[in-house]
Design a protein around this ligand. Structure first.
Ligand SMILES: [Zn+2]
Length: 259
């Protein structure tokens, strides 16, 4: 049993074979998938997929920092409405991305704060994207994130940054394909993070784990991230699968959908 805590299965790269990809994941031992929206349209699509796979696919609603310029108060109102659905389990993904900087920094910061407010109003956890923006994310969370819960998705920082992230009690660190690659601090981070605060994800269709040669990542491949994590922590695959699944279920409230 595994939970892929972050997979964009709503994106067009799965248009040709989406149901086959979802079924392959379930047949391969993935029990649940969280699909975070990146803008209003993808949030709506993620929710539709969640409704079509009750209890197995869940949705987040939010605007990715790349698309922060498309966020308006009306979009925020729409997210509030969508978040009423029991299949919506998170606000996100949102965050700050100063690497690609596809939206201006001040716009990204304002939209980040608007999402924190959404998470508070909807009583949902946050799925946060951080890229070359650690200090600003920490600053804004300290100022506006009191009492919120969530995950730093596809964590990519060093041990000191991980320690800062973990000062926010309700937050977890999520590991993706980069954990399987050489030349980063992630194994060290994965060793020090408390067991009850780690998740695994694919970030499909991006970040294919090594040594896979696939050009597109998919939820089934989350097992490679879990295998690497088990190796690093000196645990069995089953133990890591059990712990990270329980963490995801607890954070996002991934129960059965009852109507
Ligand atoms: Zn993502």
């Amino acid at each position: 049993m595994l939970v892929d805590s972050h997979a964009h299965i709503d994106t067009s790269r799965f248009n040709a074979d989406r149901e086959a990809v979802i079924n392959a994941a379930f047949e391969g031992g993935v029990t649940r998938i969280v699909d975070p929206g990146c803008d209003l349209a993808s949030s709506e699509h993620a929710l539709a997929l969640a409704k079509a796979h009750p209890g197995a696919v869940f949705a987040g609603v939010g605007t990715h920092p790349h698309d922060a310029s498309t966020y308006t108060d009306e979009v925020g109102m729409r997210y509030r409405e969508l978040a009423q659905a029991p299949e919506v389990v998170a606000i996100g993904e949102f965050g700050l991305d100063y690497f690609r900087m596809l939206s201006p920094r001040d716009v990204q910061r304002a939209v980040f704060c608007a999402h924190l407010e959404l998470a508070r109003d909807c009583a949902l956890p946050c799925i946060i994207h951080v890229r070359d923006s650690h200090d600003d994310v920490i600053e804004l969370l300290r100022a506006h994130g009191k009492g919120l819960r969530g995950v730093f998705h596809c964590f990519s920082g060093d041990v000191q940054q991980a320690e800062e992230c973990l000062t926010f009690d309700g937050f977890m660190l999520s590991f993706a394909g980069p954990l399987t690659r050489q030349g980063n601090a992630l194994p060290e981070v994965a060793r020090m993070a408390p067991l009850e605060r780690i998740l695994v994800e694919t970030d499909s269709p991006y970040l294919v784990p090594q040594p896979l040669r696939a050009r597109r990542n998919e939820p089934l491949f989350v097992k490679h991230v879990a295998e690497k994590l088990a190796e690093i922590r000196g645990m069995t695959f089953e133990e890591i699968a059990q712990v990270t699944s329980a963490n995801a279920v607890r954070l996002f409230g991934l129960g059965e959908i009852t109507r």
